[in-house]
Structures are given as C-alpha cells and as structure tokens.
Design a protein around this ligand. Sequence first.
Ligand code: DON
Length: 580
Amino acid sequence: MASTTASARRRFLAPVLAALLTLPGAAAALQAQTPAASAADHAAVRARHGMVVSASAIASRVGRDVLRDGGNAVDAAIATAFALAVTYPTAGNIGGGGFMVIRFPDGRATTIDFREKAPLAASPDMFEDSTGAYSAKIHHKSYRSVGVPGTVAGLALAHEKYGSLPWRRLVQPAVTLAADGFDMPPGLARSLAAVLPAMRPYPASVAAYSKNGTPYAVGERFQQPQLARTLARIRDQGRDGFYKGETARLIAEEMRRGGGLITEEDLARYQAKEREPVRGTYRGYEIISMPPPSSGGVALIEMLNILEGYDLKAMGHDSPAYVHTLVEAMRRAFLDRARYLADPDFEQMPLERLTSKAYAAELRKTMLPDKASPSEPAQVAQAYESPQTTHFSVVDGNGMAVSVTYTLEQGYGVKIVVPGAGFLLNNEMGDFNGKPGLTDSTGLIGTTPNLARPEKRMLSSMTPTILAKDGKLVAVVGSPGGRTIINTVLQVILNLVDFDMGIQQAVDAARLHHQWLPDRVDVEANGLPPATVQALEGMGYRVRLGGRQGTAHSIQIDPVTGDRIGAADPRDADAGAAGW
Ligand code: DON
C-alpha cells in the first residue's frame, strides 16, 4: 500500500541540506525545515483509487482505510479530521473550526462553513481592559479569545448531506487512537515540548499533553483517555455529543471558571452552513474555493485574475520581474481584503467586482513595470495571525475531491484543555478586529466590517481549493499559515499551471509572501538567488529572508493515467500521503 512520511523524505534531502551548511544562514534554514529548493517528484505517492494527504501520516492512513472500505472522499475527510484531532493536536481539533470544499465527480461543487462564531455576549469592545485600552492578551490569549467551536457541527453536516458510510465507522478510529494511544512521532514530540511552558497555567492541558509536566519522548505511547470519552460521545450521539449534554456542560463550566463568554446556549445554537463556492478561471483552469467568511478564495481569484495578464513563464520562476509582478498582485488583493471582507451574514461585500476580470484589468493599469508601489501607512493591515492551522486533501476512486483547512487559530489554540473533556479550545476570536477605530502602525485595524458581534464569524484566510479543467479534476490544494495561506495556495497553483511543475515540486518549492502592510516581502530561506533580492531592493522592496511558509498537503491527478499523486509537504515533520 502506497504511503510515505515527510521525515522519510527529509532523510533523503539530508545530504543536500548538509552541503548547504557551509552557506551563511543555512543552519537556520535546516532548523526551520525549509527545503533548500524544490525536490523532484520522486517523493510523491501514487495510487490508483484514492489518496489522503495530511499533516499526520497516521491520520492519512485512517482516511485511506475509509476509502478502501468503500467510503467516499467526504467520509474519508471526516475520519481524517477526527483522527487529526488526536494525532496532530497542534491544529487538528474538535474545539476549533474551518472550511471544507467539495467537488463531485460530475463537476458540481459546494462548501461547508464550520468557522467558529462569537458568543451571544460578544461586543466590538470586548477585548478592552478595565481602563478601556485594547489588550492583545485578552484578544489572543484569554478565555475571551475562544470562539464557539464549529468542527463537530461541520463534519456532521458534511456527513448528513454527502457521507455514505455510518458516522460511527468514521469517528471510531479516532476514539481508538485516543484510548489505546500511538507512538509519539518526532514532530509532535518537539512541538509538545516547546508548547509546555505556555500550557503551565492550565493543569488539564499539562495533564493531557505531558507526563505530569515531563515531555513525552519520541516513540513513547501517548494516550488521551478524556479525549477518547468525548469522541465516544460524539460517535454515539452525533453533534449532540459535543453541543449538548456532558461535553457542553464541561465547556460552559470551564468558561464560567475562567471568565469566558461561551454558554450552553451558545453551543446549542451553533450551526454549520453550506455555502456556494467562490469560482474563477485561470488560463483555462477552473478554480473552486472558499467564499467569506474566509477571505481566501476571493483574494486568490483576484490575484490570479491580475496575473493572467502577464507571461509569468517567460519571466522565469526566480526572476525579479516575476517576484515584482507577484508581490504587486498580493499587495492589491490584501488591501481589498482589509477594506471589505468579513462574515457575509453580517456585511455587504462587492464580491462579484473583486473576482471579475474587468477589475483585475483596472488593477493591472496601476502596476508599474519596474517599481514597487507604496502601501500607504494610513491604510493598515489586519491584526496579527500566527501558526498553527492544518490542511488536508482527499480524492476517492470516483473522483470526488475534498479540500479541508481547519484550525484552532494559533498552535494549540488558546492552550486551554477543557477539564474532563480532554480537548483544546481555539483562540479564533483573535481574528476579529481588536477595537473599533484602533488602527495603528503595528498592523492593528479597527474598521467596521470585521468587528466582533454576537454570533458573527471572524474573517479567515483559509483557502481550501480545488482545480479542474475541461470538466475534469486536476488538483486539491490548501495550506495553513494565517494570511500567508492565500499566497501559498496562489504559488502552488502558479507552479503547476505556469511553471509545469509536478505536485511535489510545486509544494516543495520555496515561497514568498506580501500582505500590503507591513510593506515587506518575506521569502523562505534560500528562496531567491541573491541577484534577484538585490534587484528587488533596487526597485524599492524591503526583502526579509528566513523561516518557512505553510504546509500545503496536496493531490494532483495524473492527466494521462488518472493516478492520484499525493504530495505531503516536507515542512511538516510527521506528514504523510496514503493511497491505495
Ligand atoms: O482563519 C485564519 O485565517 C487563521 N486563524 C488561520 C491561522 C493559521 O493559519 C495559523 N497557521 N499556521
């Protein structure tokens, strides 16, 4: 059975990385697990029938087994999502939210919005301290940072409408993984040891993710008995196993104890929503992606529309002209994101205009051939977003494709495990604007559309996307990374369409990011030749090299054989593709 892990591939890349250690900055690159350049497609996994690629090889195999047992891609996505909540607690979750994009074999498509919501008691000024000053701590690191979780409702809605196997069959593997445990994988061991200090204030979190305060070592058995019981309630009672009864009571109790706002009523009222996808075209490819409350699909299509007017291939992948054109498209789309985008159930947005070819043509006229345009300090960007989220891709034997990105917002969310329930809560309220009117040079914005209101969904950047051409499935893509998500997905698509890369190479290739403000191009370590960086600086760009951008676990369909080609992103240590 075809499967691989990202760490196996990194072992293969080790000689290349070791050679690079002689270059300045290479040690940091190695630590950040950023591939020096694109690796060839040898690392991809091929399978005839179905494929799952996720941040956890264990979870990918759970999804693959569902496909092999006759489940469709939605079934496999549900099982993978529950398994990730056990094996990849960094971002896999039942206490967070996200988005699912589905394309059916006949070409129809839909999306499930299971983004978290603000509780009924939320208000635009809820992140102020007792003196009325905006508090980043309350916004991002407190019980008030927690949004009403959407994941279980979203997976239940997807199952009710499009699943085929019994719900129990899809949740049971996660129950087993939590109850019996699994061998601690290297990436998770590192990540849990690193987050332990931030979890110290929360005894239930320390108990769940360490051995009485001592980190787990690689290969040790890691069991989560409380999580197993919560998952068993979800297995037996469906969404009510989370939003009502014991689980809801435990969440509401912890909220009351810590000064949070979420009540049992908030939980009982939460509904996931089916929404029409946002659609665009790019050089004959059909782009199907997530509409608001994610900004991802709209911004992605706006950028692709702009870029369609240029011959990117002729410019060359690492050339100053290419990076300049890319960054100017990014700058414009991110300005529009900050201006307009928010929860469509609360705000009016010019979505048709933003995703039209005519608007892209207008924007192209404002782009100079060889000079950076300014990002005006008076127009500021969205509030800070940082890791961790996770994306996974599924294709089944009939060609049904599912693209899912879901998150707790930051890595391990707000770091608070619900005592007695064994799962982490999100800090997604941090994606709302911080304080009305508070717009400053650090990147905070206080504009109206994305202010917190009761039962409103906070703006996201998650961009689960599916590509088709001539009515046929081409690829399933997506990534974590806050605002960088949109640009990661953009570049994976450009690598496939404009630069003829295979999916593994498209995923591995170094990426860059610009988000209008701060006015800076962030490039992965070793991502651009020094001559290109110099040329860009000459055009007026500020370039910052280092770090890593996204983990874009993707699938491509071989146009000749129909094989599913799974590409796990080597930036995620425990990731894996599993097919059959
Ligand atoms: O919804 C969003 O856009 C953010 N909360 C996602 C955060 C994220 O991707 C962090 N991941 N690395």
